[in-house]
Ligand binder design. Structure first.
Ligand SMILES: [Zn+2]
Length: 147
């Protein structure tokens, strides 16, 4: 397979695109009216989606990425919004993602036209602080075969 995109086949990227954009439809965002969808491709080939869930008590609001992130190991993450250029995960989500995936994990960011920009977690969160800094890496999903 010579034409992988950050380790994904073109079929996987097409599926990530479809699922990430569709995930926006389940957003609950009456306060911001800013829909965000997120899809995760897990190591076992299964998919997980999430969308932003707002709350009248604003700090209780959860971003789409953190809704989607369960206890699986991820190969790729997609985030979709209805703006151009595409939005990237907020700083809090970048740190949250850091807990569960390797720094090489690609994050595909889709705009309103399904065009994407892709960056690795390391590019989005350089010089990051993570579980390996606390010497707990081997106990956590996605980190057991690293270092
Ligand atoms: Zn966020």
């Amino acid at each position: 397979m010579s034409d992988l995109i950050h380790g994904l086949t073109s079929i996987e990227v097409a599926e990530l695109t479809k699922r990430t954009i569709a995930a926006k439809d389940v957003a609950y965002c009456p306060y911001s009216n800013f829909q965000v969808g997120c899809a995760l491709l897990c190591d076992d080939g299964s998919w997980v989606i999430g969308a932003n869930i707002e709350n009248a008590s604003y700090p209780v609001t959860i971003c789409a990425e953190r809704v989607a992130l369960a206890k699986a190991i991820y190969r790729a993450i997609g985030v979709a919004t209805n703006i151009t250029p595409p939005a990237s995960p907020c700083g809090m989500c970048r740190q949250f993602i850091r807990e569960f995936v390797s720094l090489e994990t690609p994050i595909f960011m889709y705009d309103k036209n399904a065009e994407y920009v892709v960056r690795t977690l390391e590019q989005l969160l350089p010089m990051s602080f993570g579980p390996d800094d606390l010497n707990h890496a081997s106990e956590l999903p996605g980190h057991s075969d690293k270092k």
